[in-house]
Design a protein around this ligand. Structure first.
Ligand code: PLP
Length: 389
């Protein structure tokens, strides 16, 4: 056994060479707000990155607001300063599988929040959304494009139609989907879209909120300077933004081929995981991101299994990496009404553009060894009960 196998790409990705090279040069740049030559060069670099991010989702450059990452983009999207037809939107509808930054960001913005249900495959329940919109009128609705734990892709265009018919606005957290599936803000029908650089081979600590044409943010989160057209004060993270731009260009150029390759490797991995009696691959009956597998096995303890994988040289995560450390069952699986024991066993394996067949084979080998050694006698009984029920 040689080297480490990194299969936690949904948590973060390695920096792309293109981003590293662009950033190294950008560290020397000046303040983009300055009018002198040094400032103008920095401004040019920031605007080139903005154009790349905009083009990647079919938006206009002036509608891209750079932020410190997906978390800040989500928080900015949920500020109470959003209006539709001139009226402020002070009511939120948030799907129950959103990332913690949306759930917490929403609570910060207003206390008028409704939770939208999902089905057992982790896909938002459109009938429930209809009822919520009919009951209380227009709302700002937040639904992610793809879930970070299961990879389940949400029916955003259908959500957008319902939201707009009711006079509301739609925010889409596309942090996990960005760079893994094609995104077009107009086709989605989204009004606000959040993305993050470190999920696509860019640096950590940079992201963007992208607005559909005509959508305005009237209340920034950070106030002071007039940067980002007054929508996000503070001197821009020039090197980070430049790295983001370079990563976006590389990710979009490689997208169709990378996605296809990842999907083939994932198929190979899942074929092996499914051979374990009782194993469950969540959301496998609905459209999913090409790189994500969330697997559960009653009797397996995810926290212990992750350590076992780590000792075997393989990095995977239990449920959402952002919530690991807290040994709390995943709110996503709870929303999908997954049984508690199965929820506690869930391991997320996420692939990336440098993942090889050998990596997948090593992961499968580690899985086979782990399930043999980790299932306790009690758990075996539990497993038998599960299999016969
Ligand atoms: N939204 C989703 C779906 C995520 O998976 C993450 C990070 O894991 C975020 C938002 C937060 O992004 P960032 O780490 O850039 O703050």
């Amino acid at each position: 056994m040689t080297g480490r196998v990194y299969l936690d790409w949904n948590a973060t990705t390695p920096l792309r060479e293109e981003a590293r090279a662009a950033m190294a040069a950008a560290f020397e740049l000046g303040n983009p707000s300055a009018v002198h030559a040094e400032g103008r060069r920095a401004r040019g670099a920031v605007e080139e990155a903005r154009a790349a991010v905009a083009a990647a989702v079919g938006a206009r450059p002036q509608d891209v607001i750079f932020t410190s990452g997906g978390t800040e983009a989500n928080a900015l999207a949920l500020t109470p300063g959003l209006k539709t037809f001139g009226k402020p939107l002070d009511r939120l509808i948030i799907s129950s599988i959103e990332h913690a930054s949306v759930l917490a960001g929403g609570r910060f913005a207003t206390d008028r929040i409704s939770a939208m249900a999902v089905d057992r495959s982790g896909v938002v329940d459109l009938e429930h959304l209809k009822l919520l919109l009919e009951a209380d009128g227009p709302a700002l609705v937040s639904v992610m494009l793809a879930n970070n734990e299961t990879g389940a892709i949400q029916p955003i265009a259908a959500v957008a139609e319902l939201v707009h018919r009711a006079g509301g606005l739609l925010h889409v957290d596309a942090v996990q989907a960005f760079g893994k599936i094609p995104i077009d803000i107009k086709q989605l029908g989204a009004d606000l879209v959040s993305v993050s650089a470190h999920k696509i081979g860019g640096p950590k600590g940079v992201g963007a909120l992208i607005l559909a044409e005509g959508v305005a943010i009237s209340e920034p989160l950070l106030r002071g300077g007039g940067q980002e057209q007054g929508r996000r004060a503070g001197t821009e993270n020039v090197a980070g933004i430049v790295g983001f731009g370079a990563a976006v260009k590389a990710a979009i150029a490689a997208l169709p081929g990378d996605a296809e390759r990842m999907q083939k490797l994932r198929q190979k991995l899942e074929k092996i995981l499914r051979q374990t009696q009782g194993s469950v691959i969540f959301a496998s009956d609905v459209p999913r991101l090409p790189n994500t597998t969330l697997v559960g096995l009653p009797g397996l303890k995810a926290e212990t299994a992750v350590i076992g994988f780590d000792l075997a040289g393989i990095a995977v995560s239990s449920g959402s990496a952002c919530s690991s450390g807290k040994v709390q069952p995943s709110h996503v699986l709870r929303a999908m009404q997954v049984d508690e024991a199965l929820t506690r066993s869930a391991i997320r394996i996420s692939l990336g553009w440098t993942t090889t067949e050998g990596d997948v084979e090593r992961c499968a080998e580690a899985w086979r060894k782990l399930i043999g050694s980790l299932i306790t006698r009690d758990d075996e009984t539990e497993l038998e009960r599960f299999q016969t029920s």
